[in-house]
Design a protein around this ligand. Structure first.
Ligand code: GTP
Ligand code: MG
Length: 167
């Protein structure tokens, strides 16, 4: 008889400026799909992804939040639910990198205990027009004791690693 794998549930919240590619990362991870057309998220979307990794059965519960400022109050209600955060910026847009501090501080101020944060620079397929250097991004991750990863939701480059990286 096959031995049943134990379940581990991880609650993840995706944060970051509008248009950085949060939904695209989620869509690539959950549905193996990418859409070049931009459909902004309204409020918060919820997805589940099951995966087997290192002989464990993981159930990822993912909250994909809207980056538009007008939804900030609504998103406040979701910070507490998450056990970790993936904070995304667009490597070709320096303004989106500037928003990272605000996202992390908002996430951190909702609990006393330190929860893992992964900082993600998306759109590396557009590295020729990058505005945020690797060094600056790594420094930012160090500041928050977090891991820094770069990816392309478009090319499905490094997406799975974001969700399975050791923290
Ligand atoms: P909000 O829901 O408004 O907060 O935005 P979002 O962060 O969810 O961004 P979304 O995933 O909707 O992507 C925004 C735009 O960037 C879309 O046109 C995507 O096709 C595009 N995009 C996302 N990821 C990539 C990528 O890796 N490379 C390139 N070239 N474009 C991308
Ligand atoms: Mg979105």
């Amino acid at each position: 008889m096959e031995k049943e794998l134990p379940d581990v549930t991880i609650k993840i919240i995706l944060l970051g400026e509008a248009n950085v590619g949060k939904s695209s990362i989620m869509n690539q991870m959950v549905h193996k799909n990418f859409d070049l057309m931009y459909t902004t998220t309204i409020g918060v979307d919820f997805f589940i992804k099951n995966l087997i990794y290192d002989n464990l059965h993981y159930k990822l519960q993912i909250w994909d939040t809207a980056g538009q400022e007008k939804f900030a109050n609504l998103i406040n209600n979701y910070y507490r639910t998450a056990s970790c955060a993936i904070v995304v910026f667009d490597i070709t847009n320096y303004n989106s990198f500037k928003k990272v501090d605000k996202c992390i501080e908002a996430f951190n101020c909702h609990t006393d205990s330190e929860r893992p944060i992964i900082l993600v620079g998306n759109k590396i397929d557009l590295h020729r027009i990058r505005e945020v250097s690797l060094e600056e991004a790594r420094d930012k991750a160090d500041k928050y004791n977090s891991v820094y990863l770069e990816c392309s939701a478009k090319r499905d480059n490094n997406i799975q690693n974001i969700f399975t990286c050791k923290l």
